[in-house]
Ligand binder design. Sequence first.
Ligand code: ADP
Ligand code: MG
Length: 436
Amino acid sequence: MIVAKFGGSSLADSTQFVKVKDVVNSDTRRRYIIPSAPGKRNSKDHKITDLLYMCYQLASHGLNFDEVYAIIEERYKDICNELNLSLQIDKTLNEIKDKIKNGASRDYSASRGEYLNAIILSNYLGFEFIDAAELIVFDKKGNFDSETTEKKVQLRLSEVSYGVIPGFYGAKENGEIVTFSRGGSDITGSIITSGVDGELYENWTDVSGFLMADPRIVKNPKPIEIITYKELRELSYMGAPVLHEEAIFPVKKAGIPINIKNTNFPEDPGTMIVNDHTPISSGNITGISGKKDFTVISIEKTLLNSETGILRKLISVFETNDISIEHVPTGIDSISVVVSNSELNSKMNKVIEEIRIYCNPDSISCYPNMALIAVVGRGMIKAKGVSAKVFSALGNSGVNVRMITQGSSELNIIIGIENDDFDKAMTAIYEVFEND
Ligand code: ADP
Ligand code: MG
């Protein structure tokens, strides 16, 4: 059996619902469907989840949120009317509004986007609706409880032939709703797939798979046919939002592949995400992704590599200041620490001062406003040619490379450049690899 998750853009309006129904009905193995909340219909539109957060914010300040809620109501009602559903969604919409007005929690408010969409979709498909609050369990502290969840999913879904389960949230034992972080419907889909021991987890979105680069930056990047979980994690962590970072764990543990597919072009093969695969061909890569707004702090000291404990001292400065470190590229006479600007915020001067005292370096340099680009490919580090190609591409387009380091695994190199060069660098790197 197949579990299929549909993202917000795949369910933004009634036209998209029609496409989703076609997809679901084209293979009877698709038995459990996980919808997100309706996303944007165009670039000026709002995601329903954002509107719900807004309602919650207004309500929690004792302000009137009627106008914002009216937009939400209209969107759901339009979907129901345009699909000619006999479903009475008004009553549910009113109940939710009352609850938000009377102090419902942030998580409860935010989760209603998926809840409503799942009710509508189940009605439209003729599938059973199962509330995620019955299946996805969080403990008292609000942490996801995978063991209890697995048992509940197995037990409850064994009696459901065809079902729709809202993504993004679950509940504590006392019924209190808890959401995952944004994009968390991907996690719900993965949990359900592993719970029912599915053969495949399909993740339907608005692009034809995981692309070699971010399509919002690079023009028409090619889809990646096959990618390993590890490569995908590197790319996701470094900024590609296609699949939530934590979504791979449940299916990976169960050895179930993921297929990223395009709701608008269901014939496209999309991307298969698998546990293991033959290395990519020499001089080639799987994909690139990147993030802006990092600071690199480098210390230089003669014979630094023979001084024991210096790395530990340096890292402990960041630890005691509660700053998490992204990378630690080291050279013979230098060590750098890469942190995101949001982690560092106002602690910069204090950190530099403490490094001076504890590490006693010859010099300290600081590069704010850096971007990091991850070039990822299994077996890539061992094969020659990748870094040479990356550097000549960057050189030819006039991008200064401030830092280069091999990532934590054998499958990526991380390049540090100026924020302002980000788009240019991504495009230049993509173009040297696109035709391989
Ligand atoms: P959904 O609403 O279906 O969950 P998301 O918005 O979370 O979809 O993720 C899909 C979007 O991710 C695409 O529309 C695209 O703009 C963006 N994206 C960024 N990097 C990549 C990439 N490398 N491959 C594909 N899409 C990417
Ligand atoms: Mg998403």
